[in-house]
Design a protein around this ligand. Sequence first.
Ligand code: X2X
Length: 363
Amino acid sequence: MRKTGAWTVVLKCSSWACVVLAGMFCMAPVGHSADFKKEYKLQVNVGPSFYWGIGASKFADLVKEKTGGRIHIKPYFGSSLLKGAQLNCAQMVAKGVIDCAYESTINISPVIGEANVFHLPFFINSFDNLDKMKAGQSGRAVFDAMTQKGLQPLAWAENGFRQVTNSKRPIQTPEDLKGLRIRVVGNPLFMETFRQLGADPVNMNWGDAQTAFQQGVVDGQENPVGVLVPLQIWQYHQYATMWNYLVDPLVIYWNQKQWQAFPSDIQKAILEAAEASGRFEIALCRAGLDGEQSIGILKNEFNYEMEVPNPVQFMESKGMTVTFLDDDQVKAFAEATRPVLEKWTQEIGAELVAKAKADMEKK
Ligand code: X2X
């Protein structure tokens, strides 16, 4: 109707003032789609079928819904915006080359060294401890470090506790890892951990890693079940060890300058979408690993039926040998990697590691 009104005015008078008047009628109010980019690019390291990829798509859908279509996020899977260089994501979002990301704490660690607090070997061993850290002062410290670097953290999501798989033998003791060529992400903490265990780690971007598994260039790798199941790791590796050696939360974040320029109703809508998609995605990654809890969240809150409700059983049904370690076995790995934990406690900052311990000890 507003448009018709403006045209009527323009037709009735031809003076410059009338044209301006018409322009004002047509002008978008604050927060209208005309103020926004046509597309906001979302960086995602994995493909759309991985649980983390499904979470990223959910985020984009929820943002569209909650902003009434004013904000259109397009996920770029497989780090295509970075030509596969997954470790460059935080730098590119901070610069504003990429608008936002649904990304692993491992992949932001070159810019946010504090994020490595989640990657200390055999330091966090349960979902409960992880949740306490995210809700506590150590999680807050990681978010604060992001805001210092031009990134606006919105919500946590998850990749999960990382498990080791290989094509040679079951891994039950550090000796079993000796000489195995293991693909790891190009974060020195990972290289050092596997070297310390006597393995032969090779760092590779995720895009190259998948080809390396296919071609048998490496004997093994480490990733959570939310990656192992969609990847169908059993095609390459027969053995998996569930050792929860470290955890890989995801953070949903935005370029800070761009974020601050959004009107508050848009910020609120995006924030709600980030939180809801994070809750959904965390449940996907934990389904079948935390009793009925995550399966229940998916069913009751998101009306979502898990295709693989028991990932371990599923991997076994595909012919994999899945090994669980008892406390003593885990202790042997923890002892063997202690020098790495100690060195990286200094790198990350003893104060932050102490905060993480205090968070985990809270009842
Ligand atoms: O590269 C990996 O192993 C992956 C997919 O887990 C991450 O992006 C950290």
